[in-house]
Design a protein. Structure first.
Length: 352
């Protein structure tokens, strides 16, 4: 069992660049705790990592971009959905480091709505955005690698290795969190997060390395087969453990990665997620992403309200960012929140 300080020291084995404002704050949420019926509720604010509206990828990119630079890269290639938080933070990290960012993004429904949210920020940050059909995305990235190499560049494709580096970053986050909780004299019973792979892997690794009794629950935003997901997350955690020279292994059976908050699918808001987003905003003044963090928080709320998470528990939600995506979902937010517009026609005559 390691101390938090020793785990943080272990993460220094890998090269990293200074992109994130760390440690991120730990905020207590008394209004939310009262609403949910638990004694203490905390937010680990990885939405405040400081780079282009922040988010969990900025913490991860400290390691990923260091890896790219160590390989002599002068540009990076990545891309996901048109409103990808990952893409926005990659564009910002590249700008900070004087690199070119190429985003091969999916031409999806949100892209058809025009420049807004994360796509707008991608362009503001100087990324070159190329849209392709979902089924062509991976091949288009590989073709771009060859195109850039032929032009004399040294591209770095952000891919599977970055996921394991992300697990290193979230082992680091776990150590930060534990130090912050200890400073308050608190132990976390449950940590909730929205994650498919690297973030969950790192939190699970960190909890095991520190010998904590904390239970980590991840609500994933993708419809992946359950056992495949658990095995994949365990593999990432163990790759990170190997890099950090930690004599332990995470097994799939130790992991709790769920799909019960997914709703209608990836990138699509759910009624429960939109309700949770409004709850967070209207109790604590904190904004969530309607298709990622809001769903994870909705899953956590449901687990508390059902009694699965006992009422006497101390709970932490890791806020992984994504608020800029809200602006691409204004219609769904307005409909769910019942927003109204009042026009003042002639105040002098009392006509409103």
């Amino acid at each position: 069992m390691l101390t938090p300080e020793a785990l943080l020291k272990a993460t220094e084995r890998l090269p990293r660049v200074d992109l994130a404002e760390l440690p991120t704050p730990l905020h207590e949420c008394p209004n939310l705790a009262r609403e949910l019926g638990v004694p203490r509720f905390f937010l680990k604010r990885d939405d405040l990592t400081g780079l282009a509206f922040g988010g969990n990828k900025t913490r991860k990119f400290c390691f990923t971009f260091a890896d790219a630079l160590s390989q002599g890269a002068d540009c990076v290639i990545t891309g996901a959905a048109s409103q990808s938080n990952h893409a926005r933070q990659a564009a910002a990290a590249a700008a900070r480091l004087g690199m070119k960012c190429y985003l091969v993004s999916r031409w999806d429904h949100r892209a058809q709505l025009g420049f807004q949210g994360n796509w707008l920020l991608d362009c503001v940050l100087g990324a070159e955005v190329r849209f392709v059909r979902a089924e062509d995305q991976q091949q288009a990235k590989l073709q771009l690698v060859e195109e850039l190499r032929a032009a004399g560049h040294h591209p770095y494709l952000i891919a599977d290795r970055a996921n394991a580096l992300g697990a290193v970053a979230y082992a680091q986050c776990t150590a930060e969190l534990e130090l912050q909780l200890r400073a308050r004299g608190v132990e976390a019973d449950y940590v909730g997060v929205c994650s498919l792979e690297g973030t969950h892997a790192g939190l699970a690794l960190g909890v095991k390395a520190l010998g904590l009794k904390t239970r980590v629950i991840s609500w994933r935003p993708y419809d992946w087969e359950q056992q495949t997901t658990l095995e994949h997350v365990a593999t990432l955690a163990n790759q990170a453990a190997s890099w950090l020279d930690l004599p332990l292994r995470v097994t799939p059976e130790e992991l709790d990665n769920r799909i019960d908050a997914l709703g209608p699918g990836y990138g699509l808001p759910s009624p429960e997620g939109l309700e949770a987003l409004h709850l967070m905003a209207r109790t604590e003044g904190v904004l969530l992403d309607p298709v990622y963090t809001a769903k994870g928080f909705a899953g956590l709320c449901a687990a508390i309200r059902s009694g699965e998470i006992p009422a006497e528990s101390t709970v932490v939600f890791v806020h992984t960012g994504g608020a800029p995506a809200m602006f691409a979902y204004s219609h769904e937010l307005a409909q769910a929140g019942g927003y109204t517009v009042k026009y003042v026609e002639d105040l002098s005559r009392g006509v409103i």
